[in-house]
Design a protein around this ligand. Structure first.
Ligand code: HEC
Ligand code: HEC
Ligand code: HEC
Ligand code: HEC
Ligand code: HEC
Length: 460
C-alpha cells in the first residue's frame, strides 16, 4: 500500500478506455444512458475552477508573475544574488525539493493521478507551469482544460516551493512586488509590507483537509493542531519555530546593509531530509526533535519506566503527512552488549484506504503531552537498556512497492527509485538514551552524533 499526504487510491481513469465503456453501455444499458455517456465524454462543458472548488487556494496557481523591477525574472536564483545566505538555506530545504522528491515523482507518475492538483501545492506559481488551467470539463477534476502557457519558465519550475511562492505578487496595475514582513528597509525592488499575510501563508498548504472523492483525501491539519497548542505556546506561530530568528544582514555583506532580525530559511521539520548529503544541514538549520525524554526510573519490582513528552512541537507529533510515525524502542542488553530482548511501540495514524479512505486510529502526541512506558526487565542478565526514537517518513514496505511499481516516471528518476533505499532517507534516529542498571545513571547520545549516524543509515 502506498500513501502520501494527499492520499490517492484507485482513481477513475482519465481518458482512453472510453470506447469499450461506450460500447458496453450501448449494448447493455438504455440508449438514453449511453447517449448521456457519449455527451459527457465528448462534449465540452467548461466549469470554472472557482465554481468547482470555491475558496480553495490550492485549486489555482499564483497568477503569472512579470519581471520584478531591480531583480528580473522572479526566480530564487535571482533573489539569491543578493540574499545569499537565505538562498543557500532555502536550497537545502524540503521546499526546494518538493518537485524533485523521489516519492513525489513516483506518486505523480501513477497513471490517472490528478497531476495539476498535486502541482498546485508543489510548484504553485503559474510561471512554473507548462499549461494554464482555468476550468474543468463538466466540473470533473480528472478533466482539466489546459492551454499552453507562453510564460513558462523551466528554471523556476525546478525551484518548486520557490521564494516567489510566499514573497512575490502582482499589484492592481499588473506590476510585480515583493511581499515583506519588515518595512523600513532599502531594497532595489518594490515591496509591500504585510507581515501577517506572509506568516500565515503556510496554512494554505499545511492545513487542508478535503475529500476529492471517497478514496482521494487530503489530510494535513498542522494549523488546527497549532490552534490547540496555543495555550502552551502563547504568541508562537509556524514561523517562530520553523524560520528561527537570526541576527544578520538580509543581504550579502558587500551590500553593506544593517544587521537586523532575520529568519533562517531552511524550513527544518521532522529531521528526515530529502538527500543523505542534507543531514549535515539539519542542526545548523534549526532542527529540534519534538519529543524529549524526561527520565528513567527503575522500581524494585524489576520494572523499568520511562517518561517522555512532546515538549517542543506546537502541534501533534508526528504532524503533516499521515504516513509519518515514530518508532520507539527499548533494547535490553547483557554484559557483553548482546541484545536479550527488544520492545517496540509506534506513534502515528492508521488509515484504511479501501473502499473508502478512513482514519481508523491514531495515538499521536498532543502538544506538551507526557507519556509513560513501563516494561518488565526480561532477565537478570540485563545490564543496560537503550531507549531510542526513530522518526520514520517512509516505510520499507512502501518503498519496496514504489521501487517495483514505478514504470511511467522519467528514466533518470526510475533509476533512482529502483534503488530507493540508497538514494532516499527513510527515517532518522532522533533520540537515544542508555540506562545503566548498576549505576542507575542514564546518558543521552548527542544530536550531532545521531545525525552523523543517520547520514550513514539506510532504510526504515
Ligand atoms: C493542499 C496542498 C497539497 C496538495 C494539493 C498536494 N500536496 Fe503533497 N504535500 C503537501 C505538503 C504540505 C506536504 C508536506 C507534509 C509533510 O512534510 O508532512 C506534502 C508532501 C508530499 C509528499 C512528500 C513525501 C511524504 O510522504 O511526506 C508527497 C510524495 C506528496 N506530497 C505527494 C502529493 C501528490 C501525489 C499529490 C497530488 C495527488 C499532492 N501531494 C498534492 C501539500 C500538498
Ligand atoms: C539586487 C539585489 C537584490 C535582489 C536581486 C533581491 N533583493 Fe530583496 N532586498 C535587497 C535589499 C538591499 C533589501 C533591503 C535590505 C535592508 O535594507 O536591510 C531587500 C529586502 C528584501 C525583503 C525584506 C523587505 C522588508 O522590508 O520586509 C524581502 C522579503 C526580499 N528582499 C525578498 C526578495 C525576493 C523574494 C527576491 C527575488 C524575487 C529579492 N528580494 C531579490 C536586495 C535584493
Ligand atoms: C505552496 C505550498 C506551501 C506553502 C505555502 C508552505 N509549504 Fe511547507 N511544504 C510544502 C510541501 C509540498 C512540502 C513537502 C515537500 C516534499 O516533501 O516533497 C513542505 C514541507 C515543509 C516542511 C518540511 C517537513 C519535513 O519534515 O520534511 C516544513 C517544516 C514546512 N514545509 C514548513 C512550512 C512553513 C513554516 C511555511 C510557511 C512559512 C510553509 N511550509 C509554507 C508546501 C508548502
Ligand atoms: C514558505 C514561504 C517562504 C519561502 C518559500 C521563502 N520565504 Fe522568505 N520569508 C518568509 C517569512 C514567513 C518571513 C518572515 C516574515 C516576518 O515575520 O518578518 C520571510 C522573510 C524573508 C526576508 C526578510 C529577512 C528575514 O530573514 O526575515 C527575506 C529577505 C526573504 N524572506 C527572502 C527570501 C528568499 C530570497 C527566498 C527564496 C530563496 C525566500 N525568502 C523563501 C517566508 C518564505
Ligand atoms: C512551538 C514550535 C512549533 C510550532 C509553533 C510549529 N512547529 Fe512544526 N515542528 C516543530 C518541531 C519541534 C517539529 C519536529 C517534530 C518531530 O520531532 O518530528 C516540527 C515538525 C513539523 C513538520 C514535520 C512533521 C513532523 O511531525 O515532524 C511539519 C510539516 C511542520 N512542523 C509544519 C509546521 C507548520 C505548518 C506550523 C504552523 C501551522 C508549525 N509546524 C508550527 C515545532 C513547531
Amino acid at each position: 500500500m502506498d500513501i502520501n499526504g494527499c492520499k490517492f487510491v484507485p482513481l477513475k481513469k482519465r481518458t482512453g478506455v472510453k470506447f469499450t465503456k461506450i460500447l458496453f453501455s450501448i449494448s447493455f444499458v438504455s440508449v438514453i444512458g449511453s447517449g448521456y455517456v457519449i455527451w459527457n465524454q465528448f462534449s465540452l462543458r467548461p466549469v470554472p475552477l472557482e465554481s468547482v472548488f470555491p475558496g480553495k487556494v490550492w485549486s489555482k496557481t499564483i497568477p503569472q508573475l512579470p519581471k520584478l523591477d531591480g531583480v528580473g525574472e522572479p526566480r530564487a536564483e535571482n533573489c539569491g544574488k543578493c540574499h545569499t545566505e537565505i538562498y543557500k538555506e532555502w536550497q537545502s530545504s524540503t521546499h526546494a525539493h518538493a518537485l524533485s522528491d523521489l516519492q513525489f515523482q513516483a506518486e505523480l507518475s501513477k497513471p490517472g493521478q490528478p497531476e495539476w492538483i498535486c502541482l498546485n501545492c508543489h510548484i504553485p506559481v503559474q510561471n512554473q507551469r507548462e499549461t494554464r488551467i482555468e476550468a474543468l470539463n463538466h466540473g470533473d477534476f480528472n478533466r482539466p482544460i489546459e492551454a499552453i502557457n507562453p510564460g513558462f519558465d523551466l528554471i523556476m519550475k525546478n525551484e518548486a516551493v520557490t521564494c516567489a511562492t510566499c514573497h512575490v505578487r502582482v499589484d492592481e496595475v499588473g506590476k510585480a512586488y515583493v511581499l515583506g514582513g519588515n518595512g523600513k528597509t532599502s531594497p532595489p525592488h518594490p515591496v509591500r509590507i504585510d507581515q501577517q499575510k506572509l506568516r500565515t501563508r503556510c496554512l494554505d498548504c499545511h492545513n487542508e483537509t478535503y475529500n476529492l472523492s471517497s478514496s482521494l483525501v487530503c489530510y494535513f491539519k498542522t494549523g488546527d493542531e497549532m490552534k490547540e497548542a496555543q495555550p502552551h505556546f502563547p504568541g508562537k506561530d509556524c514561523v517562530s519555530c520553523h524560520l528561527p530568528d537570526v541576527k544578520r544582514s538580509f543581504v550579502d555583506g558587500v551590500l553593506k546593509k544593517p544587521i537586523r532580525n532575520s529568519h533562517k530559511h531552511a524550513f527544518i521539520g521532522g529531521g528526515v531530509p530529502k538527500e543523505f548529503s542534507l543531514y549535515e544541514k539539519q542542526i545548523p538549520g534549526g532542527y529540534k526533535p519534538g519529543v524529549i525524554l524526561n527520565g528513567w526510573e527503575q522500581s524494585k519490582s524489576e520494572e523499568i519506566k520511562i517518561t517522555y513528552q512532546n515538549a517542543n512541537a506546537g502541534h501533534y507529533v508526528p504532524s503533516g503527512d499521515p504516513e509519518r510515525f515514530l518508532r520507539l524502542e527499548l533494547v535490553f542488553l547483557d554484559e557483553a552488549q548482546r541484545e536479550i530482548e527488544k520492545k517496540v511501540s509506534l506513534i502515528g495514524q492508521t488509515w484504511k484506504w479501501n473502499p473508502e479512505a478512513e482514519l481508523v486510529s491514531e495515538n499521536r502526541l498532543r502538544p506538551k503531552e507526557t507519556r509513560i512506558w513501563k516494561e518488565k526487565i526480561p532477565s537478570n542478565q540485563v545490564t543496560k537498556i537503550i531507549f531510542r526514537i526513530y522518526h520514520v517518513k517512509l516505510k520499507e514496505t512502501t518503498s519496496a512497492y514504489m521501487s517495483s511499481s514505478v514504470k511511467h516516471a522519467d528514466p533518470f528518476i526510475q533509476t533512482k527509485i529502483s534503488s530507493l533505499k540508497e538514494n532516499y532517507p527513510h527515517s532518522s534516529i532522533i533520540l537515544e538514551s542508555t540506562f545503566d542498571l548498576k549505576s542507575k545513571r542514564a546518558s543521552e547520545t548527542s544530536l550531532q552524533e545521531l545525525f552523523k549516524r543517520n547520514e550513514k543509515r539506510r532504510g526504515e
